[in-house]
Design a binder for this molecule. Structure first.
Ligand code: LLP
Length: 386
């Protein structure tokens, strides 16, 4: 065992695979739980898209969280893992008819509606079933977040949500429909946000909108502020549990929640990010003219974030204590973007060494693909490897 990894167990498994440290996950969930216990009007829905591994989902549902789903498949996965339907929210700009029907059949808490045509389809499908769908409108707050351009979602230019200027019109329209019930407002400004000021800016915008609605006599039962809390990719061991105290305190202080309202959150990355590592093996060390490459048996098929978002994941050689050397760490996929990191300092690597790509619990396994006819990676929990 070097550091936090059970190397002997790893040696018995076929690489690459995901390894989830359940202690980190449970510590993270306990931190969230303790806030929920104090703030009874806070409801936390885990964003299933971050990681839908059934074993992780079961642990997360065990802590009393709800689920934030973006597809019929995620709704099914959430139900199977024990999340109650009454705590499932269903978001997404392109909900298919069968997915809406599924949400209605199982009685989910709320549809987060992103457009007028979608509202009309939900009303029609609900009418056919003789049901009433609870809906919240996802409002695009036009609030920027200090994060990567690919993962900011709250700006006017993004495809998400309904423009603030159309909000009144859409709410009035919903109130005229018989098979939808207007319940709440939904927001999400982006992901991997570490500056609490961004969330404060969202709160200020929500306060403004709420004041306007109140002046028109519109009562909103719940506010959903989405997810977005970031994690420390540079130092996975320094702060394995994100600062939920500061995060929730920002909302407690800046958001003027009405006393009848519930406040909903949809964290994904902050729940599962730090508990997961992608474990790969060094296949070859190749000397180039100017640099050396550590070629792994994992590539962007297992972890796409570096190739897709130029995201940083800390890379460690977990089976070597030899002095540091510098490598470009790359995968086996036939694409030049299949690079995990350039000029990475690793303990000197040789064929057969095991490498951990840290902080990969969120949007890692969930975004894996079968490109090049590769097998999807398996995920193992630390509990299983004792
Ligand atoms: N709610 C909504 C409406 C969302 O769109 C998202 C994420 C979340 C909640 C959860 O956000 P989180 O707490 O995880 O930041 N694949 C990208 C991230 C995409 C995030 C998409 N939406 C990545 O690997 O960085």
């Amino acid at each position: 065992m070097k550091g936090i990894f059970p190397i002997d167990k790893f040696r018995q498994l076929r690489t690459p695979f995901y390894y989830y440290d359940t202690k980190v996950l449970r510590d993270t969930l306990s931190a969230v739980r303790s806030v929920m216990d104090k703030q009874q009007n806070y409801v936390v829905h885990y964003a299933v898209k971050a990681n839908a591994n059934p074993k992780l989902l079961s642990i997360i549902s065990g802590y009393g969280l709800g689920a934030d789903c973006v597809s019929g498949g995620e709704i099914r996965a959430a139900l199977q893992a024990g999340f109650p339907a009454g705590k499932i929210v269903f978001a997404g700009v392109g909900k298919a008819d069968w997915e809406i029907a599924l949400g209605l059949d199982c009685g989910i808490f709320c549809f987060n509606v992103e457009s007028v045509p979608e509202l009309e389809v939900i009303d029609k499908i609900a009418a056919d079933k003789g049901k009433v769908a609870r809906v919240a409108f996802r409002i695009n707050p036009d609030v920027g977040a200090h994060t990567h351009a690919h993962i900011t979602t709250g700006l006017a230019e993004n495809k998400f949500g309904i423009s603030m200027h159309d909000m009144d019109k859409v709410i009035d329209m919903a109130r005229g429909l018989k098979h939808v019930q207007f319940e709440g407002l939904h927001f999400h400004i982006g992901s991997q946000i570490l500056d609490m000021g961004d969330f404060t800016a969202l709160c200020n915008r929500v306060n403004e909108l709420q004041d306007k609605l109140e002046a028109r006599g519109v009562r909103v039962a719940h506010i959903n502020v989405g997810g977005g809390l970031g994690i420390d990719y540079s130092h996975p061991n320094r702060q394995p549990v994100p600062d939920f105290q500061a995060y929730f305190a920002t909302y407690r202080n800046a958001l003027k929640l009405r006393q009848w309202q519930t406040l909903h959150f949809e964290p994904g990355r902050s729940i599962v990010g730090q508990c997961g590592s992608l474990i790969a093996q060094v296949l070859y060390v190749k000397q180039g003219a100017e640099k050396q490459f550590a070629i792994l048996d994992a590539g962007f098929t297992e972890l796409i974030r570096p190739a897709f978002y130029q995201a940083y994941h800390k890379i460690e050689n977990i089976t070597s204590d030899a002095p540091l050397q510098t490598y470009d760490v790359v995968g086996p996929i036939c694409e030049s973007s299949d690079v995990f990191g350039k000029a990475v300092d690793l303990n000197a690597a040789k064929r057969g060494d095991l490498v951990a790509l840290r902080s990969a619990g969120a949007y890692g396994e969930a975004m894996a693909s079968g490109y090049n006819c590769r097998e999807l990676p398996k995920g193992y929990l630390s509990d299983e490897l004792i």
